[in-house]
Structure formats: C-alpha cells, structure tokens
Design a binder for this molecule. Structure first.
Ligand code: URA
Length: 435
C-alpha cells in the first residue's frame, strides 16, 4: 500500500478498503505519511466524502492508533460528548451524577475551541485541579470515585492529534466525516460501552441550522454504533446560552449552585437529566431513559452528585473542601460592570457566537493555541430570550481584568443582542433524539 494510491482513489471517488484506511491512519500516527499527504487526504475526504463503512474504518483506525483502555469494573463505562456551545457546563454536573447511579465515567475532555468554552478550562478554574494525568491515574480515579474528567494524554488517538493539527491549517476542519472520526476516535479510545451525544444547534453552536446538526448527529450515531459503541444523540438548543454565565469560574459557580441546591439552574438540571437518562438506559442500569432521568434528578436533589464531584476535585488536586467552600476558592475578576440594554425591549435573538468571542476577548478563551486563560473573566447574568428589559436593566454583567477590556466586551455584548417589540418563539431545550 502507498499513500499516493489511497489519496488518488479518494480524489477520484473510488472505493477504499478498511485495510487501506487503517494503513493510512497508522501512517499518520507513525509519521510514515507526510504532512502534505495527510493534508491531501483530508481535502479529498472533505470534497468527496466517505461512505459509511469508510468512516467507520477511519474512526476505528484512529482510535486504535494509540492506547485503547479496557476495564474490569462492577458497572458500565459510559460517557457524554457535546459538540460545544456557550454556557454548556453539563459535563461537570453529569459525570458525578452518572457515577452516583452506578456508572463509571472516564470523561476525556477538550479545551475551548473557537467561540465555545472547554470543559478542561472550566475545571482548571478550580485552584489545584490538574487535568493532565496519565492513563493509570485516570483508571485509578475512575475506579475509586466513579468519574474523572481529564485531558487526553499523548497515548490516546495520536493519529487524530496529528491530523487535527494539519486540518487546522489546511481548511479541512469542516468535514462531517473528519469531525466524526476525530471526536469518536478519542471518545471510543476510553473503552466505552455506551455514549450519549449532545449535538448543539443554533447561534452559539458550530452547527447553526437543523439540517447541518442532523447530518452531524446521524454520522456520529451511525459511526459510533458501527464501531461497536451503543450511542444515542440528542439535538439540543443553542440559540441562547444554556446557563446565564459564560466564562470559566463563572460557569463553575452555576455548577456549584445547581449541585448544592443553592440556586438550581433549570436548563442545566433538565439537560443533565435528559442526557444522563439516555446514558443510564444505554448502559442497562435502568429500563428506559425516563427512569434514568428520574435517577439522575434524585442524585442531584439529595446532594450525592455534589459529594461525588467534591471527591473527584480532591483526587485531581483541587481543594478537599471545595463543595463547602467553593465561593471562597474560585477566582474573581477585579472589574465587574453592568451593561444596560440602552433601550427598552424584549430579547428577540442572541448571537451566541458573538457572546463566545466576547469571552475570548476578555481572556476567557484562546485566540491562538497556547494562549493563557484568565479563569475569572466572562459574562454573568445574561438576559435570556424573551426577557422584557427597560433601558436601564442589564443585558449582563461583564467580569473583566481591566476597564478597557470591560468596555470592549460591553460593546460586543450590546451588538450580540437584538431587542424588539414582540415575544419570540422560545425553542425547546431538546429538539430531537436519534439512536
Ligand atoms: N472536535 C474534535 O475533537 N474534532 C473535530 O474535528 C471537531 C471538534
């Protein structure tokens, strides 16, 4: 086999065998395939697409390019993946709730991408929490606590690591086939029995319209099932932030308020129950998703999920008293400024991508790889769709490192909101389920 022949077949829309795809993926991981060849491969896939079988073959091969975990635990190994949005802090609540319900959750997560926040960046707002652990430590914490939210080590799906970096600079990120193989290769390397996917649609998601979201959800479900992992996807709303805070420590505040019952966020609670219910049903821990959602709700309501979250934080180097003392432990920004609506009106639309970029501009996300994050900054108390505001009422509070940065974010915040005279239609939290 050789790289040029495989690329030519993809270019000419001729079938490629699973063995050829596996050879190519291994070549990406080992370096036998050059950057130019990997870039040409990615472009051929983006332009001509893969068949369902080819996509499964690529996913399996990229998963198997590194270490694939195996487990010997008294409960199912489950996970959730979100395609990313604004104020999406579900993973922090869901992982401990699933663990309370008898699942084991080795949640290998990512950092912020573009305008969307990242689970690892949120957890790193907790002083001492270390997301970079080796595979043995991930396995140990998962077995002891039931969940561990950490970053991917170099041993997980190295073919994806290299191909993603090449896609990033060759205008080939936007291929549904490559996105699917990339996401699933890392997730399935954790040795999951079942996976629930949260495919977001709307202004704050990567997929802005329903057709795109459905195409991605279908590709993800079909491919994960084809690679041997039971999978359900929910297509969920991202036409407004999931919770009213966007920014790393600010989202952890919403998580802790919800976990401890200090101030439950209904959308966070409901989406956690919906996704968790699906995962528990796939894992055989309950008879159906509705029963699963009830079990997740009970684990949240009686404080067991909060306790489990605290155990995970302590195991990963965070404060041992985080659940009791989170208000004192999280960093806060020196400048907090309310941004008034400026004119009376009802919130008609929110440009989620613009909100995400405002958080990035404040230093809460990265403009380039390697940028340092300021965990304390962001937007709090974001007015939801349908909110009726007077001219003096705030769209949100900007938390910033300086007055100048607050000023710039305030302008972006005002531009992201559309106010008008009539009440908008508020989309449902969950649009569709695919399995
Ligand atoms: N997230 C990933 O892990 N890979 C992609 O290609 C896109 C989003």
């Amino acid at each position: 086999m050789d790289a040029r022949t495989i690329i030519a077949r993809l270019r000419d829309e001729e079938p490629v065998s699973a063995q050829e795809i596996a050879w190519f993926a291994n070549g990406i991981a080992s370096g036998a395939v050059s950057d130019a060849q990997a870039g040409a491969f990615a472009m051929a896939v983006l332009l001509n697409g893969l068949t369902a079988d080819e996509r499964v073959a690529l996913t399996r091969a990229m998963r198997d390019s590194g270490q694939v975990l195996d487990w010997d635990l008294p409960g199912p190994v489950l996970d959730k993946h979100s395609t990313g949005g604004i104020g999406d802090c579900v993973s922090l609540v869901l992982a401990p709730a699933l663990a309370v319900c008898g699942a084991y959750v080795p949640m290998i997560s990512g950092r912020g991408l573009g305008h969307t926040g990242g689970t690892l960046d949120k957890l790193e707002a907790i002083p001492g929490y270390g997301t970079q652990v080796g595979i043995e430590r991930l396995q140990g914490i998962t077995a002891r606590v039931g969940c561990a939210i950490v970053g991917a080590s170099g041993e997980i799906a190295p073919a994806d690591r290299r191909l993603y970096a090449i896609r990033d600079i060759s205008a080939t990120v936007e291929s549904i086939d490559l996105i699917t193989a990339s996401i699933l290769s890392k997730k399935l390397a954790a040795g999951l029995e079942a996976l629930v996917l949260d495919v977001k649609v709307g202004s704050g998601a990567f997929m802005k319209d329903m057709d795109e979201a459905e195409a991605l959800a279908e590709a993800l479900v079909e491919t994960a099932q084809g690679a041997g992992c039971m999978t359900t996807a929910l297509i969920t709303d991202m036409s407004q932030p999931l919770v009213p805070n966007a920014g790393n420590a600010l989202e952890v505040i919403t998580v802790m308020e919800t976990l401890t019952g200090a101030q439950v966020n209904p959308a966070l609670w409901d989406l956690t129950c919906a996704l968790g219910g699906e995962a528990l049903a796939l894992g055989g821990l309950v008879s159906d998703a509705a029963e699963g959602a009830r079990r997740i709700g009970a684990a949240l309501a009686d404080g067991r999920a909060a306790e489990r979250f605290g155990e995970m934080v302590a195991e990963l180097g965070g404060p041992v008293d985080f659940v009791e003392r989170w208000r004192d432990r999280l960093p806060s920004a020196p400048v907090v400024r309310a941004v008034p609506a400026g004119a009376a009106g009802i919130v008609q639309a929110i440009d989620g991508q613009a909100l995400g970029m405002a958080v990035v501009g404040l230093g809460g996300g990265r403009r380039q790889q390697g940028d340092r994050i300021n965990p304390s900054v962001g937007l709090a108390g974001l007015a939801p769709l349908g909110a009726e505001l007077t001219a003096d009422q705030p769209l949100a509070l900007v938390h910033a490192a300086s007055e100048d940065e607050a000023e710039a974010a305030a302008a972006e915040l005002r531009a992201a909101y559309t106010l008008g005279g009539k009440a908008p239609v508020i989309p449902p939290l969950v649009h569709r389920r695919l399995r």
